[in-house]
Design a protein around this ligand. Sequence first.
Ligand code: ATP
Length: 270
Amino acid sequence: KSKAHEIEGEMIGVKFDDVGGVGEAEVELREVIEYLKTPDKFTRIGAKLPKGILLAGPPGTGKTLLAKATAGEAGVPFFFLTGSSFVEMFVGVGASRVRDLFQQAQKKAPCIIFIDEIDAIGQARSNIGRIGGNSEQENTLNQLLAEMDGFKANSGVVIMAATNRPEILDPALVRPGRFDRQIQVTLPTEPGRLQILKIHTRSMPLSDQVSLERLAKVTAGFSGAELANIANEASLLAVRRNSGTITMTDFDLAIERIVAGLQRKTPLSE
Ligand code: ATP
């Protein structure tokens, strides 16, 4: 990801059509889109939107995609940061860089700032700094809190953040006026998985016997990212066979591979 995009904000082409199986999360974000499109409608009657929205859920469930779709639907610039790059940014060039970003965002409002892996900076202070301390991280967190407090409500800047572990976040981050709205993004249900499979095979030549319904049925527990991966693997297998269409066998083999890959990973991560 280029540094320029961090500072400039990027126009995003992603729409809600590209996100499947997130149900309630999408409904909640519709309001944010309304606000970004017509802030006046909200300010006129004194309604305040939360400054910060936390997307919480397992890896690969589409949190980043949802944030992008929110920007894409609203047609506003998207400033992307990851928690780890945020810390680096702070260590490397000081707080001024972080301040610059927030200032730029303010100028480009309405817009969205998205911080992925916010737990990398927002871990409870009681968990960091105990042994020798990680004061860089704490400084970065303080800087972020200061920037958020600096924004007026209804400034037109919506700060979204994603985490797999909302429970370890510093309570200061989730206080009113900061990330005070949490949206849960869960693993997709069977109809959700079907939607996601349709999205990711939309431009693929599938043979007539491919049943996405059956694939949705046998992929319980799979995330959106894993389903996207299945579609891609299946297409690669078809290419390898020199075939112009993707068959059910390609999908079955793709699932087998991905399941095998996941099983290999499990002992390491536990
Ligand atoms: P992480 O917590 O690992 O950062 P995330 O929740 O932010 O993951 P994304 O980065 O949005 O997940 O998902 C990765 C990719 O997986 C997306 O770019 C998309 O291709 C696919 N994907 C994930 N979830 C969905 C979904 N709900 N609908 C459609 N595609 C999805």
